[in-house]
Design a protein around this ligand. Structure first.
Ligand code: BGC
Length: 762
């Protein structure tokens, strides 16, 4: 049961959420879980297919446009719809649809080991024609351009013929919602059809974006049971394929859709799409399913987390990890959008969500994917440098708060551009990557440059006074408190960025002096500049309030009045949809973990007591209106020893989309929260931390669980960890012996041997 997600509801609101839940993707292509035949009448649907990073550029309208505000933004484009398939039954051509006739039985399922989604239907038409239909679809992990849909029709009592009409529709629009800042409010139609037709049994459509002039193609071909008739019909923006079958025998019908785009496949992209489509027909759907399963078997071997006796949470973690895999870009153009490839919320933009909430999952399970995500950030470094200049900084790189192609796409700077911390977050993930892999080549090729350019930013934006280094006028992660001086999170992350930029260059010098010297020339960097970074890190001001014994979120935070939580009814949350930002900024109220997050990421910067007091303080004033929050509170509650809270926040996190607890799953899945679920187990319950010279572990067992287990990839090893009522077992499943740190003590791990220890519950 925990390897699949099931639904039987056909209620309109449920179906909208299921469109996101049943989204299939492979990091390149993503397709929402729409019904091939559609719903009925005017039932709402968000029909969508996307290619990661395939975007258009649109103007940002401003009432008052000030200097440095971006004039354009990128937007993920809803590409041509290849999902459409209509089935007509009998000579009266009754249209199969789950909202007419009688649904004798119906179930849909997302299979996490197989990487397919299915619908099983037993249906009787209004006139009494009876048949069973199974829809199966997959977005291939092995052929990134492929969406394959397979249909099996079993006539039970059908008079006459069965006709199938399949569509490839180039007339598509993006989804808009005027009053929700988390969804785009304008610019629906972004594509025009540039070429359409058929060639050697392949139907194709080529669409082009209005402004970015990128092209996307889909070539569609079919394999099916013997048909009485079949023909392609080419319309202005749509190619149809019509087939008629005798209804005596079961009918199989496979639709192979190959998508390409000019970003990845260049000017020949249409030719490539057609070629690939014709090659694919040599395969059967069963063979492509087999490849998919093999790919996933290997994936789960490293990425599964097993919880022994809680099916709901087990289902939650597996679903979330699977969706992360489906969403992660695998090339230099793409990253992981806040909603993955499952919907249009946040317009397909990449945020800090990747580095702080998702990349850690890949780093410790599939490091190659993590590496790819970091390469994307290196790829957009030139834009980040340019943005820093626009923002008045002579040197350094300011990464865009939200982007696809690399330029800043945020029009509301207080909770956009002002979140300078994203540059330190990216630096942080490069540092974590280095600590977990010791990959010097990567450091030499990418890491040092990103660390140096981000370090330079802090010198530019900060300033020294009386021997202390201050950073003014920035916004931390908490978007309910904007444009402040010395946000603790930003300062401590900048400190880390500065210190490690200096440190990694020294490490590189010792390891590969030639490359170090080349870099100094390439970056016009001097040893003096490097020591300026080290000094700024050392002198970084980290706000501390002696009376409360906590780190204030920023210089003015504690002077503000606390939000009137008592008189804020439930329906006024999330606050951002009910109060003007300035109203919110005037109070002590947090949308999400901020200082608490800093205490997780850089726990050695403060004492355990300060961390605990800060947790107690901020917990009272945090609304968790952002889905990036509860996982962090779970992790920190685990660390502090608040077992009940850790479990409570974990439960809030693990099934957020499956249970639609934030009410907007229809707009796409909450990918950061999905990464947060994994983190709440591995970093939270299991107390794992990547430290400069060791992997540190401090596992606990939630009271309701008998056992949980997972594997980590670390420095080329695979380490398996089992935590149960009878203790902890650590097995070095592959790789050379190494020592890790368990409850603060170094312990040796030998290949294929299991190290056992007692559980210390606090
Ligand atoms: C959160 C941000 C996050 C963004 C995209 C916002 O609601 O406050 O921290 O980056 O969503 O997920």
């Amino acid at each position: 049961m925990t390897w699949s997600i099931n639904h039987t509801s056909l209620a309109e609101a449920d179906l909208l959420n299921q469109e996101s839940i049943y989204a299939l993707g492979n990091g390149y292509l993503g397709v929402r879980g729409n019904f091939e035949e559609g719903y009925s009448g005017n039932m709402k649907t968000i029909r969508g297919s996307y290619i990661n990073a395939f975007h258009d550029v649109i103007n940002i309208p401003y009432g008052e446009k000030l200097y440095g505000f971006p004039s354009t933004q990128q937007k993920l484009v809803n590409i041509m719809d290849a999902q459409g398939i209509d089935i007509y039954v009998g000579d009266a051509r009754e249209h199969f649809n789950l909202f007419t006739g009688e649904v004798i039985s119906y179930k849909r399922e997302l299979k996490l080991k197989e990487g397919i989604s299915e619908r099983f239907i037993h249906w009787k038409s209004p006139s009494g024609q009876e048949l069973k239909i199974t829809f199966r679809r997959l977005v291939s992990f092995t052929v990134r351009e492929l969406l394959a849909i397979h249909i099996l029709i079993e006539p039970i009592a059908v008079q006459g013929t069965i006709a199938i009409e399949s569509h490839l529709n180039g007339d598509v629009e993006n989804y808009t919602a005027v009053n929700d800042p988390r969804v785009a409010s304008g610019h629906a139609k972004l594509l025009t059809t540039k070429a359409i037709g058929t060639e050697s049994g392949i139907g194709f459509v080529r669409n082009e974006t209005l402004a970015s002039k990128l092209s996307v193609n889909c070539a569609t071909t079919y394999s099916h049971s013997e048909a009485l008739e079949n023909e392609h019909i080419v319309l202005t923006e749509q190619v149809k394929y019509r087939t008629v079958f005798a209804a005596a025998e079961p009918i199989t019908f496979t639709k192979w859709n190959v998508f390409t785009d000019t970003l990845r496949h260049g000017e020949q992209s249409l030719v490539i799409a057609k070629q690939k489509a014709s090659e694919l027909t040599a395969l059967s759907f069963a063979q492509i399913m087999e490849q998919q399963q093999q790919y996933l078997a290997d994936f789960w071997l490293r990425s599964d987390i097993v919880i022994s006796n809680d099916d709901e949470l087990q289902e939650g973690i597996r679903f979330n990890v699977f969706q992360l895999l489906q969403s992660a870009g695998r090339d230099e153009y793409s990253n992981i959008a806040a909603k993955g490839l499952s919907g249009e919320g946040y317009e397909g933009h990449y945020f800090w969500d990747t580095e702080i909430y998702m990349l850690p999952v890949f780093l410790l399970t599939q490091p190659d994917i993590a590496r790819g995500l970091l390469i994307y950030r290196h790829h957009i470094l030139p834009f980040a440098k340019q943005r820093a200049r626009e923002m008045g900084h002579k040197k350094g790189a300011l990464y865009p708060w939200r982007t696809i192609a690399g330029t800043e796409c945020s029009s509301f700077f207080p909770s956009g551009t002002a979140q300078y911390h994203i540059s330190a977050d990216i630096a942080y993930s490069y540092i974590q990557y280095f600590m977990a892999t010791e990959d010097y080549d990567f450091l030499a090729g990418y890491g040092c440059e990103v660390l140096a350019e981000t370090a330079r930013l802090w010198i530019e934006v900060g300033h020294e006074r009386d021997g202390r280094f201050y950073i003014d006028e920035v916004t931390g992660p908490d978007e309910y408190t904007c444009c402040v001086n010395n946000n603790y999170y930003t300062n401590v992350m900048a400190k880390h960025n500065l210190a490690w930029a200096a440190k990694t260059l020294k490490l590189l010098q010792a390891h590969n002096e030639q490359r170090y010297n080349e870099l100094l020339i390439q970056l016009e960097l001097s040893e003096d500049e490097i020591s300026v970074w080290a000094n700024a890190a050392q002198n970084m001001y980290l706000p501390y309030d002696a009376a409360l014994g906590i780190n204030p979120q920023d210089d003015s935070f504690l002077n503000k009045k606390v939000w009137d939580f008592e008189n804020t009814p439930k329906e006024k949350y999330p606050l951002l949809l009910h109060f003007h930002p300035l109203t919110i900024y005037r109070y002590q109220v947090c949308k999400q973990a901020d200082t608490v997050l800093a205490h997780f990421l850089l726990e050695d910067e403060q004492t355990e007591e300060t961390i605990k007091r800060s947790y107690d303080y901020y917990e009272q004033i945090t609304t968790h209106d952002s889905s990036l929050s509860t996982c962090i509170f779970s992790i920190m509650a685990s660390k502090i020893g608040y077992a009940d809270k850790a479990y409570h926040y974990f439960k809030e996190t693990a099934r957020l989309d499956l249970d639609n607890t934030h009410g907007n799953t229809k707009d796409g899945l909450h990918l950061a929260n999905m990464g947060g679920t994994w983190m709440a187990i591995v970093f939270g319950f299991a107390g794992v931390r990547i430290k400069p010279d060791t992997l540190s572990l401090a596992p606990k067992l939630p009271a309701d669980w008998d056992q949980y287990q997972f594997k980590l990839q670390y420095k080329g090893r695979s380490i398996e960890m089992v935590v149960s009522k009878s203790g902890i077992e650590l097995t070095l499943a592959s790789g050379d012996s190494l020592s890790v740190t368990l409850f603060g003590k170094s312990i040796p791990l030998q290949p294929h041997e299991t190290y056992k220890a007692e559980l210390i519950q606090v």
